[in-house]
Design a binder for this molecule. Structure first.
Ligand code: WT7
Length: 649
């Protein structure tokens, strides 16, 4: 590692923050040598109804994976995010909401938010929603989404937020899997000036016969657009709020009772309902939010994610609000009405900390300095990145152009499954290297194993595993503990397997090299190749499909699908377009392939396994290094694929 690419801790940052490198090392050591002692102390940052006596009770043994933290304590998450702040900061902004249209914004104080959540929690109880019931939330990025999530937490219901970009089909699948009782949605979403018909999507999802568990649909009026109304089922949010009482006692919840389910893609099968529980999750997101972003009281924190993803759960909502922070929630997209929008929002609301994704950074960078044209940007103190490896070029642009070479960048590695950040610089303690997520957070023990599961020491490259539990870890896949064990604990015994590859350098810094399984990362969003393939083969003309990822300048990865058609069907540009539309309809816009390549047949081993390695190479035009193709049932398939690829490009 050359000296130029090391960014030492800046004295003014270190001066404000709690820790320097030596303190980090000492605390880290303590946290992993004595996790019980460390987490017992950290857990004091939240309010307990009944204090816990046990701290860590966890096993990664694949015969009985069992993860419990603070198990005999009780608490309520919404009380931690709202009630306890009222005395000290009732009039402080909890949420600054910025609309899609630059002329619209709202400031919601902790007092306001507490009142709205209490009322809506009462409304939920009025609809017979109680502890353990599952509520599906399919909402735009509006304050009511936060109200809905916190109200669920208040009554002990489990929320399952489904990203508003998912199709009715995908929504139906996520309702059916968890037997959800209620859907909360809005008439329409507004994103980049476009309207997205959320209510109509819900109506369509609920035509699916297996969604009968749904008793009601609560509809927030966002645009006032025309929608169908089913009086036996649909309820207007405003009507419920008008009559709801504003006093609502938070439900006393066990530390290990579920807080939420969030569906995410894996390398096989349908999306998994990742289950997070109450206390460990809250302690972990609150602590990481404060330490990683060096959050200081009174500051404005802006995470640009959607609440439909885990980043929105942990760092728009729960982490910041548990810390009494001001969190900015933006309804729209970064480049609407134009590329200066992010910089304008920063100046308008005096944002101190910006947390965004490499894909958004690259989209701004593509316009050179235009993204910050006329902007002041002096409120910014710290920058964060998440979702995929950040390429050094984007890192430097972010650092110099957005951060004015003044703001440290925290490159945070984590996953839906991990609940919160696991590997990241700490601003006052870690010298930065562009492209490296650097070092583990307190209490986190990463390891690198070879394909046989041998732990590698020192400088190494291989598969990233985590060797012991941390409080924010997912506890199970909803109603499928076996799949949880199979997915994460069978590859390398006694270890949690992340699905990522990583390298550790001579300073002990981690460099994430990307997924080593069949999961793609499109603009920081996870998509399983199996899901895309199963959507494809559901089309009546398609016989077989194989999806692979290809490098993409803005999105990081793009989707490239090989399709073979049923006998008698013919490939054409029209069919290619039709298939793209089909995937949009089955999953949503994020799953639409960049390229569809028709193929007479796919390269398979004699046992019938598709050789993706070959498909990946051909997709990028790398015909020379296909490796050994002699194990193919029919090696001549390859020549065909290469010729079609040439014609396409
Ligand atoms: C996958 C998890 C957790 C936040 C959003 C994504 C990739 C995430 C980084 C980073 C390199 C990263 C990994 C991971 N990833 N952050 N800083 N550097 N890669 O959550 O949808 O569960 O995806 O995103 O591949 O496994 P997710």
């Amino acid at each position: 590692m050359s000296a130029e690419s090391l960014y030492p801790v800046q004295p003014e940052v270190a001066a404000h923050t709690l820790t320097d490198e030596a303190t980090y090392k000492a605390l880290y050591q303590q946290s992993v040598v004595n996790p019980d002692g460390f987490w017992r102390e950290q857990a004091e940052r939240i309010d307990w109804i009944k204090p816990f006596t046990r701290v860590k009770q966890t096993s990664f043994d694949d015969h009985h994976v069992d993860i419990k933290w603070f198990a005999d304590g009780t608490l309520n998450v919404s009380a931690n995010c709202l009630d306890r702040h009222l005395e000290e900061r009732g009039d402080q902004a909890a949420i600054i909401w910025e609309g899609d249209d630059p002329s619209e914004h709202k400031v919601i104080t902790y007092r306001d938010l507490h009142e709205q959540v209490s009322k809506f929690a009462n409304a939920l109880r009025g609809q017979d929603v109680h502890r353990g019931d599952v509520v599906t939330i399919y909402m735009p990025m509006i304050p009511e989404a936060a109200v809905a999530m916190l109200a669920c937490a208040r009554v002990g219901a489990i929320h399952s937020v489904v990203f508003g970009g998912f199709s009715p089909e995908a929504l139906a699948g996520r309702i059916i899997d968890c037997n959800s009782k209620l859907v909360i949605t809005a008439d329409e979403a507004l994103r980049g000036g476009k309207r997205i018909p959320l209510k109509a999507n819900v109506d369509q999802a609920l035509t699916h016969p297996e969604t009968r568990s749904i008793q009601n649909v609560i509809v927030v009026k966002r645009t006032g657009g025309e929608i169908n109304w089913y009086p036996h089922r649909d309820l207007a949010y405003d009507d419920l709020m008008r009559v709801a009482g504003s006093v609502c006692a938070p439900k006393e919840m066990g530390a290990e009772e579920p807080l939420f389910i969030l569906y995410t893609s894996g390398s096989t099968g349908k999306p998994k309902g990742v289950l997070h529980t109450t206390a460990g999750y809250l302690v972990f997101v609150a602590l990481t939010h404060e330490k990683v972003f060096d959050y200081r009281p009174g500051e404005v924190f802006w995470c640009t994610a959607d609440v439909g993803w885990v980043t929105g759960h942990s760092y728009i909502l729960y982490g910041p609000l548990a810390n009494g922070a001001t969190t900015l929630m933006y309804e729209g997209v970064p480049n609407y009405p134009d590329v200066t929008r992010v910089a304008k929002i920063i100046d308008k609301h005096k944002v101190n900390i910006l947390y965004t994704a490499p894909t958004a950074i690259r989209a701004m960078m593509a316009q050179g300095k235009a993204a910050v044209e006329g902007a002041d940007g002096s409120s910014l103190r710290l920058l964060g990145s998440v979702g995929e490896p950040i390429n050094p070029q984007a890192w430097h642009w972010y650092y110099e152009t957005v951060g004015q070479s003044r703001c440290p960048i925290v490159d945070t590695w984590w996953q839906t499954e991990t609940g919160g950040i696991l590997i990241s610089p700490l601003p006052g303690a870690t010298a930065l290297k562009p492209g490296s997520a650097t070092r583990p957070f307190f209490g986190v023990v990463p390891g690198i194993v070879d394909n046989q599961g041998n732990l590698l020491e020192g400088v190494a490259e291989g598969n990233l595993v985590i060797l012991d539990s941390w409080p924010g870890q997912m506890r199970s896949i909803y109603r499928d503990h076996d799949r949880f064990v199979d997915t994460y604990f069978k590859a390398y015994r006694g270890m949690y397997f992340t699905g990522d590859g990583a390298r550790r350098d001579e300073d002990g810094y981690y460099w994430i090299t990307g997924r080593v399984d069949d999961v793609l990362n499109i603009s920081g969003h996870r998509m399983g190749t199996a899901e895309i393939e199963s959507a494809m083969v559901a089309h009546p003309k398609v016989a077989e499909a194989a999806a692979v990822g290809v490098p993409h300048d803005l999105k990081g990865q793009g989707i490239y699908v090989y399709v073979s058609l049923n006998t008698g069907e013919h490939s054409s540009e029209e069919l290619s377009q039709e298939l793209k539309q089909w995937v949009r309809h089955e999953i949503g816009p994020i799953a639409v392939p960049e390229v569809i390549q028709f193929a007479a047949s796919l390269p398979k081993t004699r046992s019938g396994k598709i050789m993706r390695r070959i498909l990946r190479k051909i997709a990028t035009g790398d015909y020379e290094s296909l490796g050994d193709i002699s194990t193919l049932a029919d090696p001549s398939v390859v020549q065909d694929l290469i010729e079609t690829h040439r014609d396409l490009h």
